[in-house]
Ligand binder design. Structure first.
Ligand code: SF4
Length: 510
């Protein structure tokens, strides 16, 4: 006898209300939307750096409201839908309110909150019309912003309001802040996108209907992970969707994603299956070969370094809203350095600097840096970033310009040396310090540190200086920042030593 359960179809999922962020998830990938709605716990939580970006976006959004004096915020939270809709309806009726922030609308099963809705004169016979403005902490209009505004417009128009224009308010990186109050009209640019958004809006109902049908299915759609998983944002379900992929899955091949997609379309599932004769970049070629490789010239290039060798690393912050005179939004400001100094004898000394208050860090940082680096020896770095930071300091600090420019001539970048002269299978095609270090120096990593990567360091620095008031918490962050930056420069010391050994083993160092 057949069990009743064998014949029962899987229970159909209930379709919840969509939001604009869910609509955008669905545009990226229907499977992402399905998982977002029915299995959200499968998502990887945002890391500390992403979380910090969200927080910066919130700060920018709040500041943007100041450009609309008299505007009123809908205070009901994101889960208090009915209260938010009622508050919005009341504010719309109140003709003395010039703008509404976080206005809530529900239409066609989609709930949205509009960043800024500005009341503007209506046509004859109409009490008023509205301008919809989306606020982003980005520096330019992106395709996803048009989609975002398209779904919002569709819902607001469906709810019965008249929209005369639709625009995006974003950060203007051309704004040069000088002392005093921030000029909000300069900090923010508003771009009218009415025409482009109207074109996108036409397809919103059809797309929403397709998403709703898909959400009613008992299973998530069978969509294979590919390039779309990283555009316009990294999908939080990447780890879930790729958990059963082989260790040498073709999508782990670094470099051109076009090559990867083409190979995948040809049925190539692993890097080892790439047909001989396929045009690959040198790095892709090494990943395919998957064996340790030491260039014949490694020893010679390592010998070019001058003692004492300084190993230098900066940490920087990029503030969306500038705080220091003569700075622009998102300008990288150095706030910390670490220097490991190695003598020809092998003797090692460590020096460091961390700017801990809300004042402009640049001059005091540059002065301490010049003392530490002195006027002799190579300055070993692991990216072109340190050079560009020193060059920018030279531009804004005329009294130190000559000395800073002299440092630039001593810079010796270890990154291209590793890239061009050594490969280890554990690099997995990446030459970042965080990948290279454990392969060459397994005893030294970042796992024991409270801060493990640069984005987290920047967000923690911001917290320590501009947010945190508890001195114990500030001291904890300070220690974590110092240890992180120190590890980056110690990593370079050990990396140089490990590479020298590799070259010696090859008989190059004599
Ligand atoms: S990882 Fe890719 S395939 Fe999986 S849900 Fe996200 S976007 Fe879709």
């Amino acid at each position: 006898m057949t069990e009743l359960n064998d014949l029962s179809p899987a229970p159909l999922p209930k379709v919840p209300r969509l939001s604009k962020s869910k609509f955008l998830s669905g545009l990226q990938c229907h499977k992402r939307l399905y998982l977002d709605v029915h299995h959200p716990f499968l998502a990887t939580k945002p890391d500390a750096a992403t979380q910090a970006m969200f927080e910066m976006g919130t700060e920018v959004g709040e500041l943007a409201r100041s450009r609309f004096p008299g505007g009123v915020l809908v205070t009901a939270g994101y889960r208090q839908t009915e209260a938010a809709l009622t508050q919005t309806a009341n504010l719309i009726q109140d003709l003395t309110v010039p703008a509404i922030f976080e206005a809530a609308f529900l239409h066609g099963g989609v709930l949205i909150r509009a960043d800024i809705l500005e009341r503007v004169p209506g046509a004859e016979g109409q009490p008023c019309a509205w301008r919809l403005i989306e606020v982003k902490s980005s520096t330019k209009v992106k395709d996803v912003h048009l989609e975002d505004l398209a779904v919002q417009s569709e819902v607001i128009l469906g709810a019965g309001l008249t929209l005369v224009s639709v625009g995006l308010m974003h950060i203007n990186t051309g704004y040069l802040y000088r002392d005093g109050a921030i000029d909000l009209t300069e900090l923010f640019a508003i771009q009218d996108l009415s025409e482009a958004v109207a074109q996108r809006r036409a397809s919103v109902p059809e797309r929403l209907a397709a998403m709703t049908r898909m959400l009613l299915q008992p299973q998530a759609p069978a969509i294979e992970p590919d390039r779309h998983c990283h555009t316009p944002y990294d999908c939080p379900f990447w780890d879930h969707c790729t958990k059963d992929k082989p260790a040498r899955w073709i999508h782990y091949l670094p470099g051109s994603k076009q090559v990867v997609s083409l190979l995948a379309q040809q049925g190539v599932t692993t890097i080892d299956e790439i047909p001989a004769g396929t045009k690959l970049s040198p790095v892709q070629h090494r990943v395919k070969e998957n064996v340790e490789w030491v260039s014949a010239k490694l020893g010679t290039v390592l010998k070019a370094v001058q003692y004492p060798v300084h190993h230098l690393d900066f940490e920087t912050v990029m503030l969306a809203v500038p705080r220091f005179s003569e700075t622009r939004p998102y300008q990288a400001l150095p706030v910390q350095w670490s220097n490991h100094i190695e003598q020809a004898t092998g003797e090692l000394r460590h020096e460091e600097f961390l700017h801990k208050d809300v004042s402009d860090p640049r001059k005091v940082l540059a002065e301490s840096l010049l003392v530490s680096l002195g006027d002799r020896g190579s300055i070993c770095v692991y990216s072109p970033y340190e050079k560009s930071v020193i060059e920018q300091l030279a531009v804004v600090l005329p009294s130190l310009r000559t000395a800073l420019q002299a440092l630039v001539k001593r810079i010796w970048d270890l990154h291209p040396i590793v890239r061009d002269h050594y490969y280890h299978p554990h690099f997995d095609g990446s030459y970042s310090l965080k990948e290279v270090l454990p392969a060459l120096v397994p005893s030294l990593g970042y796992a024991d540190l409270a801060i493990k990567e640069g984005g987290h360091a920047a967000s923690q620095y911001y917290r320590m200086v501009f947010v945190e008031t508890d001195w114990v918490e500030r001291a904890t962050i300070e220690e974590a920042l110092l240890r992180y930056c120190e590890r980056d420069t110690l990593a370079m010391v050990e990396l140089r030593r490990a590479l020298k050994e590799k070259a010696q083993m090859r008989g190059e160092m004599g």
